[in-house]
Design a protein around this ligand. Sequence first.
Ligand code: SF4
Length: 485
Amino acid sequence: MIIALTENSREYANIIFHIIRIFIPTLTWDDFLNNTSDKAILLEIKVNNEKIYCTLKDNCSFKFDINDGNGEINKAVKIGVYKLLASFLKYKNSPWGILTGIRPTKIVHRLWDQGLNTAEIYSVLKKEYLLSDEKIENLIEITSFQRNNLLIHKEAKVNVSIYISIPFCPSKCSYCSFPSYIISKWENKLETYLDCLIKEIIQVGEALKNNNIVVQTVYIGGGTPSVLTHKQLNRLLKVINSALITNKTIEFTLEAGRPDTIDKKKLEILKELGVNRISINPQTMVDKTLNEIGRNHTSNEVIEIFRLAKKIGFEIINMDIILGLPGEDIDSLRYTLDEISKLRPNNVTVHVLSLKRSSKYDLGLLENSNENLIAEMLEVTKQKMYDNGLIPYYLYRQRQMIANLENIGYCEYDYPCIYNIQMIEERQTIWGLGVGATSKVLLNDEYALENQNNPKDLFYYIENIDEVITEKVKAIYKLYRREIK
Ligand code: SF4
């Protein structure tokens, strides 16, 4: 189905495009703005005398009061369009109502900052955003945990976190939309990439030290950072230790996501060089699915590597799982949950499958997914996590998620991943180093943020490394208001 805007409603295009994609996830921006064919159902929005008129041409229309959006026209238009489409498509309400952003917890933190109490926050989320009771409870639980632990407290603002990108993988997972390079094909570029990355790490570290800025957490992600050889890991981690880490750094994570890239020696190197949190990600423990999604490893390898990591002394180990993988049902999920529960990870990150055009899967999966099944999977997972003594500590959503739901990180009470919280809540500057890494720079006390992106292309990054570093170092000095010596 295609819904297209009438010419005179275009000023609302940006506001409502993602609302419409709640109902029609495959709708393109181009069709939405320009499709004039008979197939398109035209949507018209008029605002007149405190009233908002939303009409689906020749089908149905609604009239709304601006007060429905607490006096904000844009919010009222969103609510109007949401209700119009829900009625037209006979769609039961989305648990996330009109919220389409990927960081709903940020809204709740702002409400806490304004001094609202739990009941008042509940009322705002219900009335102005149309959230379900369950999602409101989730948000209140997670944000309360974060605030009680002072993880997003103002003090976090004077420190920074560092993200380091290793954009290489052993094979391409079918659902993946990250721009990762397959190691067998690009191995000859890896050393040059490391040279550039190390140069960036050293100079950024120096600039931070010159400005007395403490690195609170370091997160090496990808890709699959554990594709690095023993020698490369040694070299990279030693540089990180001397350039970035101090006795005030409290967390050092490396995503050892794919067990087929890990061995005993690598785990020993990580342990010896200060990595205190790793991720070993099964995604599912069903071997048939692992094979179908191109993971090139078995569930047994996950178990073996996890046990080895425990034996070597890693205290915090995360496991990622994905709900909604093709061919999986509630029994597959229960099996996965039972298997990983036997290992007792103290961090589990639960993703709902999200698909972008760059993944190998057909986007039609988004429209044809069984929403009730995915919602049930999330519920079953949540219960299992609580039974295992884990609580939800961060939450985010992605565009184009199956069933329009959310990803949730669970942890034992004392073991949240602080980097994950800082990255989602955006209350601390994060400097991103390496290909495709984004720096999120906090500009003022109101948490205004500026994103600065490193080049996404490996060759471009390598060729322009000096400019990339110069820009970043300048940005660091400018932010902390000290002149470059
Ligand atoms: S391991 Fe991660 S980054 Fe690499 S292909 Fe698979 S999903 Fe993508």
